[in-house]
Write a protein that binds this ligand. Structure first.
Ligand SMILES: [Fe+2]
Length: 392
């Protein structure tokens, strides 16, 4: 066992920083990028006098409105997490292919549902390809092997991205939840270039510009601000209980968030990274119900990590709070970032749903590379009408 652990740790010191990629494909160059949105039309969803959760900016850093609910991480746990980040206890390739990954269904991706629905494909961790109202959105895309400032050290992806970045259809919008390395990746951003519009929480534009994204392609929003991306799709920056850090001294200098993606008949919620907090009820009341929610279920052990991440127990509460009709699990099964077993989060999710007597199909975990389609309220209604007609 010790030998296996050593082997696994050593394999994480390889010198191959990123997947070897061919030159950019023509599809990306030929795609007509979306026009940059009209920033003067950004609006706040907060009505005058409404007491919504807001992060305060003290001139240097963002401060979130919630008190800490857990004690800080203990030294022994820091040591254990360091060992884990070196590759200990990551699943084998065999386990990954039998339990976690699958081939992408390119046929589905080429023919997404029309405006009556949405289609999402999990690319691992917090990255989804969302096809909605004829545009393609990527959330928190990371194609690097490691989520780390170093190309040679740090957590290494045990479940590979299901396709090369060049194989993706042209991306219209990239949504970023925050600047941690498992959510914002320089290699990926440089590959995507200036074709997409980048929609980010306040203060993250600077990091994107340092990655060669033109200022005109970046939209920065505060919590509860909404920006229309196309006549049919708008994005709403929403609260999350998390934090930010990318360099040595930049703690909380950029904001973090979750997101609402509002289409013509489908509403999608993307939780980003967050601990459980009161914001989810406000989000549900303000924007719910959501047809689909993408909710983090992993990186919750030791318990101190639940200050900023969700356990499946927390995730199920979020699913209910935001009034999600269907939820898909994320933030698990890609990098070993915490002490729970890699396959515990989906198992625990099933247990929590059963304990609360909730439909097991209402909150599912899917394979990396798998596509799910969700119908919107309008299409649901049309189907019901067809059913009624056929029954009369
Ligand atoms: Fe994070």
């Amino acid at each position: 066992m010790i030998l296996n652990m050593l082997k696994s740790m050593l394999s994480n010191f390889d010198m191959d920083p990123v997947v070897k990629l061919p030159a950019q494909k023509l599809a990306i160059i030929q795609h007509k990028p979306l026009e940059a949105p009209d920033l003067s039309k950004i609006r706040s969803l907060a009505s005058p006098g409404e007491n919504l959760d807001m992060a305060q900016f003290d001139g240097q850093r963002y401060v979130q409105p919630w008190k800490k609910t857990r004690k800080g991480i203990e030294f022994l746990d820091v040591f254990k997490l360091l060992i884990v980040s070196l590759g200990a206890k990551a699943p084998s390739k065999k386990e990954v292919s039998s339990m976690l990954s699958c081939k992408m269904n390119w046929q589905l991706i080429k023919s997404p549902p029309d405006s009556g629905g949405t289609q999402v494909t999990w690319m691992g961790h917090a990255c989804f390809l969302i096809q909605i109202d004829n545009i393609k959105i990527l959330t928190d895309p990371v194609w690097s092997k490691r989520c780390s400032p170093s190309k040679f050290l740090g957590p290494k992806r045990f479940c590979q991205a299901p396709c090369r970045i060049e194989e993706l259809p042209p991306i219209d919008v990239v949504v970023i939840s925050h600047n941690h390395y498992d959510h914002l990746d320089e290699y990926t951003i440089k590959k995507l270039g200036n074709a997409p519009i980048y929609v980010v929480p306040l203060g993250n534009g600077k990091t994107l510009r340092s990655m060669c994204v033109n200022a005109g392609r970046i939209v920065e929003l505060d919590w509860w601000q909404e920006c229309s991306i196309t006549p049919k799709v708008s994005l709403v920056c929403l609260p999350a209980k998390h934090w930010s850090k990318r360099g040595l001294l930049d703690n909380n200098k950029a904001l973090w968030s979750s997101w609402g993606i509002l289409g013509s008949s489908v509403k999608v919620y993307f939780s980003g990274d967050s601990g459980y907090c009161s914001a989810f009820k406000s989000i549900g009341e303000k924007l719910g119900p959501f047809d689909l929610a993408l909710i983090g279920i992993g990186a919750y052990s030791p318990d101190s990590l639940r200050e900023f991440h969700m356990s499946p127990e927390d995730s199920v509460m979020v699913h209910l709070d935001v009034k999600s009709k269907k939820s898909i699990a994320m933030h698990w099964g890609t990098w070993k970032l915490s002490l729970e077993h890699v396959f515990d989060p989906p198992r625990e999710l099933k247990r929590q749903l059963k304990m609360r007597m909730l439909d097991p199909d209402s909150f599912i975990s899917i394979r990396c590379g798998e596509t799910q389609q969700v119908l919107g309220a309008i299409q649901d209604q049309e189907e019901e009408e067809v059913l009624l007609e056929s029954n009369t």
